[in-house]
Design a binder for this molecule. Structure first.
Ligand SMILES: Nc1ncnc2c1ncn2[C@@H]1O[C@H](COP(=O)(O)OP(=O)(O)OP(=O)(O)O)[C@@H](O)[C@H]1O
Ligand SMILES: [Mg+2]
Length: 369
């Protein structure tokens, strides 16, 4: 049975519709990540699932029960916020005990739950410290500990790592992945702006855009088969290049003549009526390679960014489409102001017409690979 089911969920603040038509089924034990631009409604959706925000329309089911009107404490859900919101005058132990005391659990039960959570999160040595004597990462672990002691069925995380510095984020991200492994039957929903967190933690990613769901899929489904240009550019960094052009040959492979002058052969099948269709060819910066053959793109390098393991090339923008970016392996520092010819593997190219991927035309399910 699905653990969580949202059907036609909506949120409006007065006249302002923030979320609409949210249909989403989450299986027990999944780690779902919500991503999307700032203001698209990620936190609002999480807070509605938690019961902290009223659902304006549609239904939310947990374990087959409609819980729209069930108060937060009775939903079997715990939420961890970006700001840890620990009680500053209480020790780590007291912070973790608090909700259980309120719930009237016995001393023995509470002690067991706190010790268990402290062990899982490696907080045992810190149980008698106050939050101010902890590092940011340790405080965030205490906030997670307060959720674990309640043994919820569903954990909700709203950007839990965004207050941490880069190194601590990586360490805490790995801890969360391990925590999930220790609790395989617990469902987690996680909001983040961080691509790497989304790609590495998620069993499935939900991309939200403009108040609706743009695509749901495993991280690699979204990366390799984005449903639309928005998802294509949102997942992956730097973003996928979109080059406008026209289909000049159809069949099992499709040939596109690009406005920027190049020609691209893609492994995407099209039918004869697609001839002349205006499309955007999508190519990820990391899928572009230097070539001596007929180029997909040829241009002058405006700026290079040498990151060590890769070099980013930013080409002089032309009128047709925006700035093209290529990510080449290794150190390529001598390419600034030089003209570079680029090609790509036909199997790695994407085609969009009016923002929708040609792979998904007339289909609601994922097309076969
Ligand atoms: N109480 C409110 N009244 C009116 N509008 C609101 C209210 N709370 C949130 N909103 C609006 O709802 C939208 C969604 O907000 P939400 O906080 O869910 O976004 P988010 O995706 O979490 O963004 P961020 O990535 O910046 O955290 C925003 O446009 C916000 O301005
Ligand atoms: Mg938010």
């Amino acid at each position: 049975m699905a653990d969580l089911k949202l059907t036609g969920v909506e949120k409006a603040y007065g006249e302002v519709r923030v979320l609409r038509d949210i249909d989403l089924t989450i299986e027990k034990g999944e780690l779902i990540v919500f991503v999307g631009p700032s203001g698209c409604g990620k936190s609002t959706l999480l807070r509605m699932i938690a019961g902290l925000e009223r659902i304006s329309g549609g239904t939310l089911e947990i374990d087959g029960q409609v819980v729209n009107d069930v108060p937060p404490a009775q939903r079997g859900i715990a939420m961890v916020f970006q700001s840890y919101a620990l009680y500053p005058h209480m020790t780590v132990r007291q912070n973790m005990e608090f909700a259980l005391k309120i719930a009237g659990q016995s001393k023995a039960e509470i002690a067991l739950a706190v010790e268990n959570a402290a062990r899982i999160l490696q907080l045992t040595p810190y149980l008698d410290r106050l939050p101010r004597a902890l590092s940011g990462g340790q405080r965030q672990r205490v906030a997670i500990g307060r959720a674990i002691v309640r043994d919820p069925k569903v954990y909700l995380f709203d950007e839990p790592l965004s207050n941490l510095d880069a190194a601590l984020r990586v360490a805490t991200r790995i801890e969360i992945a391990q925590l999930k492994e220790k609790m395989p039957d617990r469902t987690m929903i996680y909001v983040t702006h961080d691509q790497v967190e989304a790609m590495t933690l998620a069993s499935r990613i939900v991309v939200l855009e403009g108040g609706g769901i743009s695509q749901v899929g495993t991280p690699l489904e979204l990366y390799t088969r984005p449903r639309n240009a928005f998802v294509a550019r949102f997942i992956g960094s730097p973003a996928m290049n979109l080059l406008p052009g026209e289909i000049v040959e159809t069949g099992p492979e499709t040939v596109v003549r690009l406005d920027s002058g190049g020609v691209a052969r893609t492994a995407i099948p099209t039918s004869p009526e697609d001839l002349g269709l205006l499309v955007d060819l999508g190519v990820r910066p990391e899928d572009l390679v230097k070539t001596d053959g007929p180029p997909l793109y040829e241009g002058e390098v405006e700026i290079t960014e040498a990151l060590g393991e890769v070099t980013l090339l930013y080409f002089v923008p032309r009128d047709e489409g925006g700035q093209v970016v290529a990510k080449l392996p290794g150190i390529q520092a001598d390419l600034r102001h030089r003209t570079v010819r680029l090609g790509a593997d036909p199997a790695r190219l994407h085609l969009f017409h009016e923002g929708q991927s040609l792979l998904y035309r007339d289909r609601t399910e994922l097309a076969p690979a």
